[in-house]
Write a protein that binds this ligand. Sequence first.
Ligand SMILES: CC(C)(COP(=O)(O)OP(=O)(O)OC[C@H]1O[C@@H](n2cnc3c(N)ncnc32)[C@H](O)[C@@H]1OP(=O)(O)O)[C@@H](O)C(=O)NCCC(=O)NCCS
Length: 141
Amino acid sequence: MSGGLEVQRHASGEALPEWVARLDRTAFGAAWKAPAAHEALWLLPGLAFARWACIPAAGEAELLRIAVDPAHRGGGLGRRLLEACQEALAAEGMTDLHLEVRASNQGAIQLYRACGWEPCGRRGGYYPDGEDAVLFRRTHS
Ligand SMILES: CC(C)(COP(=O)(O)OP(=O)(O)OC[C@H]1O[C@@H](n2cnc3c(N)ncnc32)[C@H](O)[C@@H]1OP(=O)(O)O)[C@@H](O)C(=O)NCCC(=O)NCCS
């Protein structure tokens, strides 16, 4: 199903495609604005997006949001997208990667583990509803 799909980088300054805002609302309840100058967005067009905050001078990037269309989850798209982002970021010198995730989000946690991320901390009551955040880090390229 996903054989010929190509991960694309969304050009900064371009309007956010409507399907990204739609998927953002579906997955997280609200859509963010167009990426800021220090952010990067990768897409599997119509199917998935991953949004990052980048600090190239420090070799660091933080995964802000990743989402796959609900009808296409569990088929390897999240992994394909995340691995493509990791490769592209490493090519730009960003190999110190960070993220935080809800402790209950086992699907995302499995994806991160599958892509070489390791838990490195916890923030109690981090989310507005009181749920803890688990911190993950990935340091190799
Ligand atoms: C998290 C998310 C991006 C995963 O995308 P996906 O395309 O379904 O994931 P994949 O099919 O690529 O699976 C990647 C790995 O995670 C595992 N996995 C994925 N979803 C899982 C689930 N719900 N439960 C257990 N394991 C799961 C897969 O088995 C796979 O492991 P493997 O490669 O070792 O077999 C997707 O479920 C999603 O969009 N969730 C809603 C948004 C969200 O919570 N984002 C994360 C917080 S920003």
